[in-house]
Ligand binder design. Structure first.
Ligand code: C2G
Length: 131
């Protein structure tokens, strides 16, 4: 039986921390499905639009060898629906979300992976702004 892994993220200003979490997520199964946060979700969540649009972020994530399918994540509250819709066996999130999705462990395995240290979209934006 093939094992489907699902993960979520904004993946704005795509960097090596994003790549590594996707590679490690893919290694936990046979198929990786990625929910990329909608621009509107980001504005609601972070109070600003992402640097790269939803279309551009989806284009980047879809092009990765480890990614099999990409869809738009419209709401943080729909995780259970997305897991069921994509028949996911494992939900993977970075450990900045540790504990947040444990309630889904009745429908899939829930795994939190350690974040890659010292890199983030915010830090990159601040670094560039300071140049
Ligand atoms: N990540 C990581 N190491 C970093 C930065 C990010 O492992 N240095 C991981 C995060 O833990 C997350 C993924 O990369 O699993 C995507 O990160 P973000 O784009 O920051 O995603 P976020 O805005 O947290 O959106 O439903 C959940 C949201 O869509 C997650």
């Amino acid at each position: 039986m093939s094992r489907t892994v699902i993960t979520f993220g904004t993946f704005d200003v795509f960097h090596v921390g994003h790549l590594r979490v996707l590679q490690r997520a893919a290694a936990l199964g046979d198929r990786l499905v990625v929910g990329v946060s909608a621009d509107a979700l980001n504005i609601r969540k972070k109070g600003r639009a992402p640097v790269f649009s939803e279309r551009e972020r989806i284009e980047i994530v879809s092009a990765l060898r480890v990614v099999d399918e990409v869809f738009v994540e419209e709401s943080l509250e729909l995780k259970r629906d997305y897991v069921l819709e994509h028949s996911a066996d494992v939900l993977v999130m970075g450990d900045d979300w540790a504990g947040r999705f444990d309630e889904l462990s009745d429908v899939c395995e829930v795994v939190y992976l350690p974040r890659t240290p010292a890199i983030s979209t915010t830090a990159i934006i601040e670094h560039i702004a300071d140049l």
